[in-house]
Design a protein around this ligand. Sequence first.
Ligand code: PAF
Length: 275
Amino acid sequence: MQIHQTIAALRVARAKAGRVALVPTMGNLHEGHIALMTQARAHADQVIATIFVNRLQFHPGEDFEKYPRTFADDCAKLEAAGVEHLFAPDEAEMYPQPQGYHVEPPPDQAGVLDGEFRPGHFRGVATVVMKLFQIAQADVALFGKKDYQQLMVIRNMVREFNLPLEIVPGETVRAADGLALSSRNGYLSVDERAEAPRLYRVLTELAAAVRQGARNYAELEARAMNTLSSKGWAPDYVALRKMHDLQSPSAHDSGLVVLAAARLGSTRLIDNLEV
Ligand code: PAF
């Protein structure tokens, strides 16, 4: 695998790479990321993974400083997955001066759900992803459904800016007990890790109720939040939304997804399930 730390070096390699699939990450790679790399291979001649912990998408007080940085391990995993190129710039390469121009996703997409609890997060994500797209000039880019709202924001950005690449979603990869794989799972204590799969169970139960015909969405959401609270979680939201725009559904809408974010101890976990 070739490791490129500069935009110039990546561009030289990209020019010779044929059809390219891009998989942006912040590192600390797990099986969910590796599944995206494997999926990417089916779409392109060469795969470019990126590792960059993007300060712009963390707001003050979040875990930017302590976000796990495991570069050597990540490189070994990418090598084993057969990835051809890793773009791993430092902050000076990505932001040689403070970023003055930003991609501002509309508030109905980026100010709800996670955006409500993490102000500016999706602006930071959209801005760095736009930069990565301009740098890598990929034909296709892959993003996991675990970050469902992020996927929607990026898809809409690509459509509205007429960017010449295809966005391909990857399914969420889960541990045997149902917990969605996430770099932040590493923050959990042993007891918290044992409790963490409850988030997925709560979503599964809510989705099952909707599939069986329940339409009392507000009540179902409140019940799910109460279950989490009663087990020591601090839920930010459990919300049923329409898959395509993440707006609230009416009783006859189909194509729903239930999304949740909740804090367990000091770790904030998110998950979702298509209904
Ligand atoms: O999902 C992530 O890891 C990040 O939000 C991304 C897409 C790499 C942008 O920094």
